[in-house]
Design a binder for this molecule. Structure first.
Ligand code: OSB
Ligand code: MG
Length: 368
């Protein structure tokens, strides 16, 4: 596949409801969209970096510059046999796993389309629908959380994940567990606790949670290992894991017992599959995360989650939970807690260009 040209966009989509985590509130999702063109076809991917480095260190403006000035000039105007070859060529670049993932994922989409095959089939996926849970932002009250958790349980979601922070943890978990005793419940702290919060973390350990996601610092495995040794509840790492080597070290040292995989965080599908395989070799399940993606990024996540070891429900819930209108023509909606893999070549989704144009803040074409 010879790559002729690329298009970079910055897109802003208003969320139906603001999403609050321990690191801030998102009312409007602003993201990078990359389209790659070659042989009369196109592939697309969405970057998961935010404008401000609050989840991890990469930023939207940094990723745009890196793609425009370094990554795209390395890959445009050349013929690539497959995504492995393209990814190997880019492997001299350090870090920047989110920016690199955006380029790799758009190329996988294009490559799969050129073969007329769904991405999940090329990746070795084993299911045509993936089990999904829902990630609920921090709500105005415990009562509001119980109500929204119940509403999502009634819609078929198979796991409720509650965002927590100091002062918004034990009480809200107790209330949701009491209201939905049979529902698997997890919490995600997005790295806001410290070892000084040990008593609260040990209280959470007694509440029957399915797992606790990223309680401690975004770049620290050691303290997670010390905490895991004191807890029965499995820890799940998200922010800490950007490579398969990170996953191996985390599992080897007991810093976690499962891994949240976001293809957009770990550098693309090849690394995501390696993280998946490393976890499997430790007997640790993986779950597919989400970053409030539009239909483009959501479709990529769904294809990844067809791999065998994604046995925990993921975060790829229905588009209609986030957006009044999505940038993909195809609706991505769950049915009884299962998200069907969009059929058709590549990701199986196509861009609604008139609508996309109306929500595009910046657009530029990159050629050699
Ligand atoms: O930690 O998984 C996370 C959203 C933004 C940033 C980080 C995270 C999340 C979510 C939402 O949990 C998952 C989703 O619904 O896309
Ligand atoms: Mg998380």
């Amino acid at each position: 596949m010879r790559l002729d040209r690329a298009e970079l966009r910055v897109v802003s989509l208003p969320l139906l409801q603001p999403f609050r985590t321990s690191f801030g509130v998102v009312g409007e999702k602003t993201f990078l969209l990359l389209r790659l063109f070659g042989e009369g076809l196109e592939g697309a991917a969405e970057g998961v970096m935010d404008a401000r480095p609050q989840y991890r260190e990469e930023t939207l403006s940094g990723a745009l510059a890196l793609l425009r000035e370094t990554v795209l000039p390395e890959v445009l105007g050349r013929d690539w046999v497959n995504p492995e070859e393209l990814t190997r060529h880019l492997s001299f670049l350090r870090g920047n796993r989110m920016a690199l993932a955006t380029a790799e994922m758009a190329f996988w989409d294009l490559h799969a389309r050129s073969l007329g095959r769904p991405l999940s089939a090329l990746l070795g996926g084993v299911r045509d629908a993936v089990p999904v849970g829902v990630s609920l932002g921090i709500q105005p009250s415990v009562q509001a959380t119980v109500e929204t958790a119940r509403a999502h349980a009634e819609r078929g979601y198979r796991r409720i994940k509650l965002k927590i922070e100091p002062g918004w943890d034990v009480e809200v978990v107790r209330a949701v567990k009491a209201a939905l005793p049979d529902m698997p419940v997890t919490v995600d702290a997005n790295a806001v606790y410290t070892p000084a919060h040990l008593n609260t973390l040990l209280e959470l350990d007694g509440l029957g949670l399915d797992y606790i996601e990223q309680p401690l610092a975004w770049n620290d495995l050691r303290d997670h290992a010390k905490l895991q040794a004191l807890m029965r509840t499995p820890l799940c790492l998200d922010e800490c894991i950007t490579t398969a080597q990170d996953a191996r070290k985390a599992l080897e040292t007991g810093a976690c017992r499962l891994v949240n995989i976001k293809v957009g965080r770990v550098g693309g599908y090849l690394e995501a599959r390696r993280v998946h395989d490393v976890a499997a070799s430790f007997g640790a399940p993986v779950c597919c995360g989400g970053m409030l993606e539009s239909g483009v990024g959501r479709a990529h996540n769904i294809h990844l989650a067809t791999l065998e070891n994604f046995t925990k429900p993921g975060d790829t819930s229905s588009s209609s939970r986030y957006w009044a209108r999505d940038i993909s023509c195809e609706a991505l909606e769950t049915e009884s807690g299962l998200m069907p893999v969009p059929p058709g070549p590549g990701t199986g989704v196509t861009l609604d260009l008139p609508f996309l144009d109306s929500v595009t803040r910046m657009k530029e074409t990159v050629t050699l």
